[in-house]
Write a protein that binds this ligand. Structure first.
Ligand SMILES: Nc1nc2c(c(=O)[nH]1)N[C@H]1C(S)=C(S)[C@@H](COP(=O)(O)O)O[C@H]1N2
Ligand SMILES: [Mo]
Length: 402
């Protein structure tokens, strides 16, 4: 099988933040890439999904069977790497162990295929009490294990409202190779690390997946665990990170930007970004901006989903897993006061009332699940309209003819 990239140098990249907020649905080629090994080029016509463990019968399903023999469902859900925004944790709090994601390791896409609960129900379970469902890909070696694996609780898998989908399509077309062609598990509200790509096996079992990425990575370790050695002794005590926290990020402008305001802007600074609900507790209902370190907050406009969409009775079901794209026009009086030392913060609130709070921002060794306020700083704002007015006055004052 053809492998693209390698175990030593996997494909990891995120789009410029400015591109990310252009659309509610992230284009497939804009979505970030996160891999712990090479990309396998799989033949979708021959690829099989094996389902085994605590089931009535072990079965092997083709991609055509998954597409044709089960009702197809579509969900809009944000996919986010647990390490998204790690750069801010590393620079604002303390150095962490992990690749340096900015705020762009997230996308918001449509995913479709059969519901996992429909497939498991048809096969029949052989389970007493709760169990785990493990998702694995044996197509390639990974950096720290011989295969990639994750798991979540059986209860979540069997709840049709939780919308775990055996995704064949992303944004209305077959998955691309980098995003898991021909099959990946989509688990809305849960960290990207659990959305196993190039899925070839599902096992219903009594314990969590024993894969490295489930047991010795992607966990929020307590702050006192601050070295690899201490982490090695602690991994087994911590729970795998599953649900992602409420979050927001400012995508435009960027830290360090110089911004020229002209007559059309009326002295206002335009700010834009995304916001994410906690787990399945969306939609995002509020985004606010502060320019005074959180003393006062002003409400922003949520552009997508539109207010009209959000007011429909179906909104909660449709948008509980999605991000929101917001925009803020900072009034001229506040914009005038911005200098290089000003920090501009964003914070989001979701439908269940989860809100980003300063007291919740805690450092962890792997820098996962960071949800400090969205932040930009070190801006230089040049009001060209104001400048030309002053220049005009000066000329007159100096006795020159206009
Ligand atoms: N088989 C496999 N699945 C995987 C991974 C991987 O390395 N191998 N990476 C995981 C991680 S950590 C994330 S954040 C998402 C990234 O999905 P994307 O590359 O489609 O954005 O896939 C997950 N599924
Ligand atoms: Mo990830």
């Amino acid at each position: 099988m053809l492998l693209e990239y390698s175990v030593e140098k996997p494909l990891n990249r995120e789009p410029p933040l400015r591109d990310l907020v252009q659309n509610f649905i992230t284009g497939t080629s804009t979505a970030y890439d996160r891999n712990h090994g090479p990309l396998p080029h799989i033949n979708g016509d021959t690829h099989m999904l094996r389902i085994d463990g605590l089931v009535k019968n072990t079965v092997n399903l083709s991609m055509a069977q998954l597409r044709n023999d089960f009702p197809q469902h579509e969900v809009i859900a944000a996919l986010q790497c647990a390490g998204n925004r790690r750069h801010t944790m590393r620079t604002e709090l303390k150095e962490v162990d992990g690749i340096d994601w900015n705020d762009g390791a997230v996308c918001n896409c449509t995913w479709s295929g059969p519901l996992l609960c429909d497939v498991l129900s048809r096969i029949g379970l052989n389970v007493e009490g709760d169990a785990h469902v493990a998702f694995s890909c044996h197509m390639t070696d990974c950096q720290e294990d011989r295969y990639y694996g994750s798991s979540i609780s059986l209860a979540r898998c069997m709840d049709p409202k939780m919308k775990a989908i055996l995704a064949l399509d992303m944004n209305g077309a077959p998955l691309t190779i980098n995003h898991g062609f021909p099959l990946r598990i989509v688990i809305p509200g849960i960290a990207g690390a659990r959305w196993t790509k190039w899925l070839d096996r599902i096992t219903v079992q009594n314990e969590e997946s024993s894969n490295f990425y489930m047991q010795r990575d992607y966990k929020i370790l307590p702050p006192e665990i601050d070295t690899r050695k201490k982490a090695d002794d602690y991994w087994h005590k911590a729970k795998p990170l599953q649900m992602m926290p409420v979050n927001s990020a400012i995508c435009y402008p960027a830290t360090g930007d110089t911004i020229f305001l002209d007559k059309l802007t009326h002295g206002e600074l335009e700010i834009a970004g995304y916001a994410l609900p906690q787990g399945d507790e969306g939609p995002v209902i509020k985004v606010e901006i502060s320019t005074d370190q959180g003393k006062t907050w002003d409400e922003s406009r949520i552009l997508y989903p539109s207010p009209e969409e959000l007011s429909k009775p179906s909104a909660t079901e449709k948008y509980k897993w999605t991000w929101a794209i917001w925009q803020h026009k900072l009034p001229a009086e506040k914009t005038k006061k911005i200098d290089k030392s000003t920090k501009i913060w964003s914070r989001a609130t979701d439908k269940a009332g989860n809100i980003q709070r300063a007291e919740d921002i805690k450092w962890n060794f792997r820098g996962v699940g960071y949800n400090g306020f969205g932040e930009i700083k070190n801006l230089a704002i040049i009001d060209t309209h104001e400048l030309s007015r002053k220049a005009g006055n000066m000329k007159l004052g100096n006795g020159y003819k206009a």
